[in-house]
Ligand binder design. Structure first.
Ligand code: ATP
Ligand code: MG
Length: 303
């Protein structure tokens, strides 16, 4: 017996609308003399996409680690749907929080499908060891689990590469696979740590759509990114961390217009369409590339 089902419109961990899915209060994390995160409060409500931004070393990933049981905060409390989180990452995953990592962590020599199946072990009664050892009961669970894993690969656009080794995927697809693996634990909250790092502009736009679709499945999202166009297009609210402290929190306009955020991180205010200059630059470059391709058939590096 497993908890698997193969078709669903909303995630099983989906929360009641308006409910606080994540409630972090006074989270502080010290490493010796260094306070990487200082007294940070953050909530994520059901149905929300919340952004966490800030300069390098601001404490964003450390904060994620405090939310997922990798670190036990020096001070403060983290609640998921009202319950204090257990201080172990596998228990946090089982409770309903899934994450991806800034430095991709896949099983490089497993297939794409196997990576997603490993992500399912908190949701199948058989568990990880049975899955790896093919113990009694595994085969009963396998068909349903594989169907759900394929459904998730379809969702992120990797179904065609299910049997490829994870290490052979291009970087952007490895990030998508990490998302599929995180979704395999059927979370109510997904934490994404720089999901578009290393992606080209088209992949980044596709990832935006993917995050909206995840939200529409009933999964709340907390996302760290340095790509401000991505953040301001996507997020209902954005919190800014600077030197471990939350400087500002608000909607995109509030954050973009805050002089302290501009001074500490953004550099200059965005216009109404954030990233417009970047898009114009990419489009101009693409137009030029088309012209060159038209004039000289065949690829320069085609060997
Ligand atoms: N395990 C650790 N031991 C000691 N110091 C740490 C540890 N993890 C993080 N730090 C320090 O905490 C601070 C915050 O780092 P963190 O990785 O959380 O920043 P970040 O906001 O995610 O930065 P980036 O945008 O570059 O990913 C840094 O000064 C870092 O060196
Ligand atoms: Mg980080």
């Amino acid at each position: 017996m497993t908890t698997d089902t193969t078709t669903r419109d909303t995630a099983p961990g989906a929360a009641v609308p308006g409910e606080a899915v994540l409630d972090a209060r006074g989270v502080t994390m010290r490493f010796g003399g260094l306070t990487a995160v200082r007294n940070v409060d953050l909530t994520v409500n059901a149905g929300e996409i919340v952004g966490l931004i800030g300069p390098n070393g601001a404490g964003k990933t450390t904060f994620f680690n405090c939310l997922t049981g990798l670190y036990i905060p020096t001070e403060g409390e983290v609640r998921y749907k009202g319950a204090v989180l257990p201080p172990k990452s596998f228990k946090v995953t089982a409770a309903g929080i899934a994450r991806t990592f800034q430095n991709i962590r896949l099983f490089a020599n497993m297939t794409v499908l196997e990576n997603v199946l490993v992500g399912r072990h908190t949701r199948t009664k058989e568990g990880l060891w049975s899955a790896l050892l093919r113990g009694p009961g595994f085969h009963r669970a396998e068909a349903a689990s594989r169907a759900r894993a394929m459904e998730l690969l379809e969702f992120v656009g990797l179904a065609g590469k299910a049997e490829h080794l994870a290490r052979n995927l291009p970087y952007g697809e490895q990030r998508k696979l990490e998302i599929a693996r995180a979704l395999a634990s059927e979370p109510g909250l997904l934490l994404l740590d720089e999901p578009t790092a290393g992606m080209n502009p088209q992949e980044t736009r596709a990832t935006e759509e993917l995050v909206f679709a995840i939200r529409d499945m009933g999964i709340a999202v907390l996302v760290i990114e340095h790509d401000m166009r991505f953040i301001f297009n996507l997020c209902d609210r954005v919190a800014v961390l600077v030197q471990g402290e939350k400087l500002v929190e608000g909607d995109s306009a509030t954050v973009q217009g805050d002089e302290r955020v501009v001074a500490a991180y953004l550099g200059e205010p965005f216009e109404n369409d954030p990233g417009a200059a970047e898009v114009a630059e990419v489009e101009a470059a693409e137009a030029q590339a088309d012209t060159v391709t038209d004039a000289v058939p065949g690829k320069e590096n085609d060997r």
